[in-house]
Design a protein around this ligand. Structure first.
Ligand code: FMN
Length: 372
């Protein structure tokens, strides 16, 4: 529940985060790879769509409810996997899991995050928890991780496939900053010092089929941008195609996942669910993604900023504000529920200004804008 001091807008959450974080950590959170074209393009994709609202529809009751693979959730969003959460708050993934539980949305816990999966589960027994994997070992290692995820009552596994190598994040390079040195990779055991393992670069569709056969948990593949890859995922038994360019932190000059949704939805043809992320900072963003066919929308930077702003309460507040914005958007679009959203409500439109990582928040410079 909001207090008089609670942030009223997502911009306020980011301003508080920027005031609380050291400059290199702020850069790590808000920056992207190389020229940051992928990062900015995520916003450009959203900013290049305008709504054409419908009127005279009864919107006196708005239903924001969605589902995660059949489990009802409060809003069509989830906390995307973010490693290094401890940079933003001592409670790290435990705080995010409790916030997700309180707000009724799923949390994707990165295998890079802290504390251990078992501790996170103990602190949020009712959370819809997904474990996100990077391959840091061979198949025995993976078997062990799968067993832990099943024992911890995870709702699904998410394998990230857009990180064969680590993206060149120039802010971190210039800052001489490494998040890997800043936090302990509690979930990786004796592989915790390995930045990117060969096993990650060796991933193939065979791994997907193998993993699918080893677990009863639904499988989400994160980092798909191509329609043919989406089709192959489905043919290898994937339950969710998660369209993402990793928040612009991996391949530079990548397309925005949002711009690929039409083709991906066509290729998937209803045989799997579709999640998306990248630049999502507002209720209107979530409405646009849903209108283009995504089932759920992931929050990366916004989650980290909310955690830095006010710990668990900050993340709860982020979800509350997004819920309020989405409710307003649906009402003004003439849509009483998410089911009414569709491409018929969108038109291509010229962005009204330069699209940068946080431009939609209209932060007063220099309070929280990333440098450059
Ligand atoms: C600080 C930070 C750490 C991240 N760590 C991971 C990770 O461990 N695993 C992963 O799959 N994605 C990771 N991501 C990517 C997010 O899951 C997500 O794809 C991306 O942040 C979405 O874009 P957004 O930040 O614009 O919301 C990270 C993102 C950020 C900002």
């Amino acid at each position: 529940m909001a207090t008089p001091d609670s942030p009223r807008t997502i911009a306020e959450l980011f301003q508080r985060a920027s005031a609380s974080l050291d400059a290199p950590v702020w850069d790590y959170l808000t920056g992207g790879a190389e020229s940051e074209t992928s990062l900015c393009r995520n916003r450009l994709a959203l900013d290049s769509l305008a709504f054409v609202p419908r009127v005279l529809r009864d919107v006196s009751r708005i239903d924001l409810g969605a589902d995660f693979l059949g489990t009802p959730i409060a809003l069509p969003l989830f906390l995307a996997p973010v490693g290094s959460l401890r940079l933003f708050d001592e409670q790290a993934a435990a705080a995010c899991a409790r916030a997700a539980e309180a707000a009724g949305v799923p949390m994707f816990m990165s295998i890079m995050a802290q504390p251990t999966l078992e501790q996170v589960r103990a602190s949020a027994p009712g959370a819809v928890l997904v474990l996100q994997l990077y391959m840091r070992g061979g198949r025995d290692w993976l078997d062990d991780i799968v067993a832990r995820a099943e024992a911890a009552g995870c709702a699904a596994l998410c394998l990230t496939v857009d990180a064969a190598v680590y993206g060149r994040r120039e802010r971190d390079l210039v800052n001489r900053y490494s998040s890997a040195q800043a936090v302990d990779r509690a979930n990786l055991g004796d592989r915790k010092d390995v930045q990117i393992a060969d096993e990650q670069a060796q991933l193939s569709f065979d791994t997907i089929a193998w993993l699918k056969a080893r677990t009863r948990l639904p499988l989400i593949v994160k980092g798909v941008l191509d329609a043919e890859d989406a089709r192959l995922c489905v043919e290898h038994g994937v339950d969710v195609v998660y369209a993402s360019n990793h928040g612009g932190r991996q391949l530079d000059h990548a397309v925005a996942a949002l711009d690929q949704l039409g083709e991906i939805c066509g290729a998937v043809a209803g045989r799997a669910r579709i999640f998306v992320d990248g630049g999502m900072l507002r209720g209107t963003d979530i409405a646009k993604a849903r209108a283009l066919g995504a089932d759920l929308v992931g929050l990366g930077k916004a989650q980290g900023a909310a955690l830095a702003a006010d710990g668990e309460a900050g993340v709860v507040r982020l979800i509350e504000i997004l819920g309020a914005e989405l409710r307003t958007t649906l009402a003004l679009l003439g849509c009483p529920s998410l089911a009414g959203l569709g491409p018929h409500l969108l038109r291509k439109a010229a962005p009204v200004g330069p699209s940068t990582a946080l431009s939609t928040l209209r932060l007063p410079a220099p309070a929280g804008l990333p440098p450059r």
